[in-house]
Design a protein around this ligand. Structure first.
Ligand code: AGP
Length: 372
């Protein structure tokens, strides 16, 4: 009803707007001011977590993209090897699992059959399963050893937005918690991340306040057939998520690529005026990545692409090569998906509207997929 939509035309718009609160709520009470994590609800004994020698994330769709990002955080902060797999592929390849494997099942609904079957398979092999879920009492958390709830509140629109951002927050918390329990040296970098995590909700809010040019751009592209998305490092899963949003909502051909793969094939797709969205990593810190993506942008632009560049405030190196520039606040590299995903959600939602599509109920899709 109109009342439930709180003055927004679509649930999706409302849910995009709720993201700063969803992110803040998901952090609430889980990090203390001194920077240590309290995740009592993760009822897997620290003794068991210390023994973990492999993390395996299983999920579908948008939740899978959150898992891809989790891998970067888990491996970087804890040095535990982490695999991420589509839940629908997982059990069919006879994965190597044992009691020392920690399986993380990510699901907004908690009812996705593919993810449920994957976690059942993992438990049969004696692995512990931690669910990251948005729906209290749903099947996936009930069948898991432990659950960390995201606190996005009910997500009604079929296209996942606020659930995704809170899944990322939950993944960061789990990664940091694993590090804490296992006694990872809490260097300056991790301390800075914990501090910035506490402020990330404000950064998401600032992104939301600057979205009008993104909406305008989206409307101007309503007649296009294809949009490509490029990213590196954690920007790569963000590119995949941007493409998925566009497929589900705008029914356009959209593909995400790792920018480094361009020269191995996808660059052949570039033609005059093709819109290409590029998610640019921070020029601070891992600046090699930044330099590489700037040359990727130059390469595609030289071949006629219309470049839509998402870059951190103050990143001047991208300016000469950006036909459209979308600014996001500076964050630590691993947290950047929390701000770079937001413009892609707004972009897809506006394109859907411009093309006359049903935003909250895209054709052929269901909010939760309870069949395999
Ligand atoms: C996201 O926009 C999609 N509608 C879809 O990919 C979704 O993320 C996927 O089906 C997983 O759902 P879940 O999080 O409820 O398990």
């Amino acid at each position: 009803s109109a009342a439930e939509m709180g003055g927004y035309d679509y649930f999706m718009l409302k849910e995009i707007a709720e993201q700063p609160k969803a992110v803040a709520d998901t952090l609430l009470g889980r990090i203390d001011p001194a920077g240590s994590l309290t995740l009592d609800e993760v009822r897997i004994p620290p003794r068991v977590l210390r023994e973990v020698d492999k993390v395996v994330v299983v999920a579908c769709g948008t939740a899978f993209h959150a898992g891809l990002i989790a891998k970067y955080a888990i491996e970087h902060w804890t040095r535990i090897p982490c695999e991420v797999e589509l839940a629908s592929e997982f059990r069919y390849r006879d994965p190597i699992l044992d009691p020392r494997s920690l399986v993380i099942a990510i699901s907004q609904s908690g009812e996705t059959m593919d993810t449920l079957m994957a976690l059942r398979h993992a438990r049969e092999q004696g692995s512990r399963v931690l669910a990251i879920c948005n729906t209290n009492g749903s099947t996936i958390p009930r069948e898991s050893d432990a659950v960390l709830y995201t606190r996005a509140g009910p997500e009604v629109a079929v296209a996942s937005t606020k659930a995704f951002l809170t899944q990322l927050v939950a993944c960061y918390l789990v990664a940091l918690y694993l590090g804490q329990v296992r006694g990872t040296k809490w260097g300056d970098e991790i301390r800075a991340v914990v501090r910035d995590l506490a402020e990330i909700s404000g950064a998401v809010q600032r992104v939301l306040e600057t979205m009008e040019p993104v909406r305008e751009l989206a409307r101007s592209l309503a007649g296009k057939d294809t949009v490509l998305f490029l990213g590196r490092h954690v920007g790569y899963p963000v590119a995949l998520e941007g493409a998925l949003k566009l497929k589900e909502l705008a029914y356009m051909h959209a593909e995400g690529f790792a920018a480094g793969e361009l020269k191995h094939g996808p660059i052949a797709l570039i033609e005059e005026d093709l819109p290409v969205v590029v998610v640019v990593p921070s020029p601070r810190g891992r600046s090699v990545l930044h330099d590489k993506i700037v040359s990727n942008i130059q390469e595609i632009r030289a071949r006629g692409a219309r470049t839509i560049v998402i870059a951190e405030e103050g990143d001047e190196a991208v300016v000469p090569y950006a036909d459209h520039l979308i600014r996001v606040p500076a964050t630590p590299t691993l947290l950047q998906p929390l701000v770079t995903t937001v413009p892609l959600q707004v972009f897809a939602c506006e394109l859907a509207t411009a093309r006359g599509n049903e935003v909250d109920q895209p054709r052929n899709l269901a909010k939760s997929v309870t069949v395999e």
